[in-house]
Design a protein around this ligand. Structure first.
Ligand code: TYD
Ligand code: ZN
Length: 408
C-alpha cells in the first residue's frame, strides 16, 4: 500500500512518490570515532493531493540535525558569496531605506548575507540555532540570537527590537516542518507593509530537472508557486513576487506581503503557468520521475563499478549535503569511491554521513589526480571545472548525474 501522511500546510492527503531509502542526516559529518552513534531514518518524498506541495513523508527531529556535527557553511563558494552580497544590496537599496530599518534573517548560517547589512550599519538580527556557524557569523560582526525561530522567539524579538521591515530566509524555510508556527511567528514580527522573502529548493528543479539529490532530511518542503500561493493565503499573506535564483541548481525566491498591501508582479502568474504546462505535480509525471531517478542510480553504480573493475582511480569532488542522498541511495561507499575532497575545513578529516567515505582537502586531490571524479557539488560546476582546469588538461574526466549520468 502507498504510505500516506497529512500535508503540513493544508492537512490534505500526501501520497508517497519517491523512496530514497534508509538515510542519515545529510549534514552530519562524523569524526571516525562517532560512527557507532549515527542515526538513520527513512527518506521519501510525497505530494499533497490538495495543495500540490512536495514534502518529506517522515522527518528527523530538528534537535538531531543542528548539532556539533552540522558542518554546512553557506559562504562555501565564490558564487554563493557574490549571490548573497547582491541579495543584501537589493534589500538595502529597496526595502531598508527608512531611518530605523530592521531586517531579520531566519537561519543566517555563517552570516554570508547579513555581513553586508552589518557593514552598511543597518539594524539586523540573525536567528541561528547551529552554534558553530552562529559563532562564525558573530566573528564577522553580525548580531545573532542562538535559537530556533518560532512563535515565541518572534514575540521576544518584536519586544526587544520592534517590527521587521524584511524577514528573510535562504534554504531555511523549507526546513521548518512546523510551517504554522513559522507563519505565526512571521505574522507577529513583520511590520504592516513589510515583506517575508525566502529562496528555497524548487520542485521544478527537483522533478523536471531531476535534481533528486536536493531531497534530504533538512529539506522538508520543495515549494512551487502554486503551493506557496495556497500557503500564503491560509495565513493572511499574498505571493507578490517570484524570482529565479541560480543557487543550488536553480531555486525560486518568493516574496510575501500581507494581503492587499502590495500589487503582485506579473512574474507570479507567469511562473504559475510554467508549472501548469509542465504538469509539475501530475501523478503520471511523478511516476516517470521516480523511474528516471532509479535509472540514474543504476547507471551511476554500473559506471563506477565498471571503472573500478578496469583498475581506474576514482574519487568524488565536494561533500555537499546532496552527496549524502546520492551515496546512500546508490549504496556507494569507500570501496567504490576511496575519498571525496571538500574545501570546507570543518568537513575535512571527517566521514561522509552514512557512506563513511573519508573527506580530504582539495590539496590531496591535486597531489595525485584520480582519473574519474564524481562532481557531487555539481551546482558549482562552472566554478570548480574552471578552477581545476589542470585536472582535465591531463585527460582526466568529470562524472555528472543530474539530469542524467554522463562523463565530460
Ligand atoms: P552546497 O552547494 O552548499 O550544497 P549543499 O546545500 O547540498 O550542501 O555545497 C557545496 C560543497 O562543495 C561545500 O561543501 C563546499 C564544496 N566546494 C568545494 O569543495 N570546492 C569548491 O570549489 C566549491 C565551489 C565548493
Ligand atoms: Zn497540502
Amino acid at each position: 500500500m502507498t504510505p500516506l501522511r497529512t500535508c503540513r500546510v493544508c492537512q490534505g492527503s500526501v501520497r508517497q512518490v519517491l523512496d530514497l531509502g534508509r538515510q542519515p542526516s545529510a549534514n552530519a559529518f562524523l569524526p571516525p570515532a562517532a560512527v557507532a552513534d549515527e542515526v538513520f531514518f527513512h527518506l521519501a518524498a510525497g505530494v499533497c493531493e490538495t495543495c500540490t506541495l512536495l514534502q518529506l513523508m517522515d522527518e528527523t527531529p530538528s534537535g538531531l540535525r543542528y548539532r556539533d556535527s552540522y558542518r554546512y557553511e553557506a559562504s562555501g563558494s565564490k558564487g554563493a558569496q557574490a549571490h548573497f552580497a547582491r541579495v543584501a544590496e537589493h534589500f538595502l537599496a529597496e526595502e531598508l531605506t527608512g531611518k530605523d530599518a530592521f531586517i531579520v534573517e531566519i537561519g543566517c548560517n555563517d552570516g554570508v548575507m547579513l555581513d553586508s547589512v552589518a557593514r552598511a550599519g543597518v539594524r539586523h538580527l540573525g536567528v541561528e540555532p547551529a552554534k558553530g556557524v552562529a559563532k562564525l557569523a558573530e566573528a564577522r560582526g553580525v548580531t545573532i540570537t542562538n535559537e530556533f525561530f518560532g512563535p515565541s522567539s518572534a514575540v521576544d524579538i518584536r519586544q526587544l527590537h520592534g517590527a521587521a521591515d524584511v524577514i528573510y530566509g535562504a534554504n531555511t524555510i523549507c526546513s521548518i516542518a512546523d510551517i504554522t508556527g513559522l507563519m505565526r511567528g512571521v505574522n507577529t514580527l513583520l511590520s504592516a507593509d513589510g515583506i517575508f522573502v525566502f529562496e528555497e529548493p524548487y520542485a521544478g528543479t527537483v522533478v523536471t530537472g531531476r535534481a533528486f539529490d536536493q531531497i534530504y532530511d533538512e529539506h522538508v518542503f520543495y515549494f512551487s508557486v502554486r503551493s506557496v500561493m495556497v500557503m500564503a493565503e491560509r495565513f493572511g499573506f499574498e505571493l507578490v513576487d517570484v524570482d529565479h535564483v541560480a543557487q543550488h541548481g536553480g531555486e525560486l525566491r518568493y516574496t510575501l506581503a500581507r494581503t492587499g498591501v502590495r500589487t503582485p508582479s506579473p512574474m507570479v502568474e507567469k511562473q504559475r503557468r510554467v508549472e501548469m504546462e509542465a504538469d509539475l505535480t501530475d501523478s503520471d509525471m511523478l511516476q516517470r520521475w521516480s523511474t528516471a531517478v532509479h535509472d540514474t542510480r543504476n547507471d551511476l553504480v554500473a559506471l563506477l563499478r565498471g571503472l573500478r573493475a578496469d583498475g581506474r582511480r576514482i574519487a568524488g569532488y565536494g561533500a555537499p549535503a546532496k552527496a549524502t542522498t546520492v551515496t546512500n541511495f546508490c549504496g556507494i561507499g569507500p570501496e567504490l569511491l576511496p575519498f571525496v575532497c571538500d574545501s570546507t575545513p570543518g568537513k575535512q578529516g571527517r566521514l561522509m554521513p552514512g557512506s563513511h567515505i573519508p573527506i580530504v582537502s582539495p590539496d590531496a586531490f591535486r597531489d595525485e589526480y584520480p582519473e574519474y571524479v564524481v562532481l557531487f557539488a555539481w551546482n558549482h560546476a562552472d566554478e570548480i571545472i574552471a578552477k581545476e582546469q589542470a585536472f582535465r588538461d591531463l585527460g582526466n574526466k568529470w562524472i555528472l548525474y543530474v539530469p542524467d549520468v554522463r562523463i565530460i
